[in-house]
Design a binder for this molecule. Sequence first.
Ligand SMILES: [Zn+2]
Ligand SMILES: [Zn+2]
Length: 264
Amino acid sequence: MTETKLQVLRSSSSGNCTAIWSGQEALFVDAGVPRRLLDEFIADNALKPRALLVTHAHADHLTNPAVNFFKDHSAPVYMGREDMVKAFCKYIPAIRKHRETVRIFSGPFSAGSYHIVPFELDHDSIGGCFGYNIRINGKTVVVATDLVNTPLDLVKHFKGADTVVFESNHDVEMLQLSGRPEYLKTRIREKGHLSNEKSASFLAGAIKNSPSSPKHIFLAHISHECNTHAKALSVHNNVLLPLCDGNTELHLTHRDRFSDIVVL
Ligand SMILES: [Zn+2]
Ligand SMILES: [Zn+2]
């Protein structure tokens, strides 16, 4: 059976991109990265881009050169709402120019062998923000970043997940003590992102609700100024490892380099 792999190419407030591939067919979630990085990634792994799933209309999740990359490979760019497309049109000319590349979903859909169930996240972006439950070759990946709340019914999208990419944005104290203006601190806390503690507590609930714990958990969208990799990892280790059946590995993601590659 063909192996399915996942790697987070970038994850931070300066750029986000996750790749999942099975055989030659690669699916991407977000492409807030330079085109060179996508070109090199597919060349190094001998892949063909199948589609891009965009989470929301913030500049760290999609770039103009990335839209041209997917257009040149005839790979559709999926978004959740027309409002999201309009918001991107303001600063991504390639979307205005190649509107036919963008497809709007209105529920679960397929892209090649990938079956995708989008779900809404609470985040302050025009046109909504979406997480994705992605099924491929009998394996399930869930990607969810950029969310401020974890309503009770969110856990259902994580049930049976083999690999989870989830936001662990900030350390509460580091955010408070940071030199950021008050309005920005309030925006992050109340409309933007999850702290390490809230992230770990949600994932604990998701694991308890699932028949087995995920094999891999990636901690994503870690703030450069208001968090450290060590803090994010230690909070999750303390909360999650006692709940897992010994088969779960925690992985970090980075603003300037690729994560580990995992086999689902
Ligand atoms: Zn973001
Ligand atoms: Zn955002």
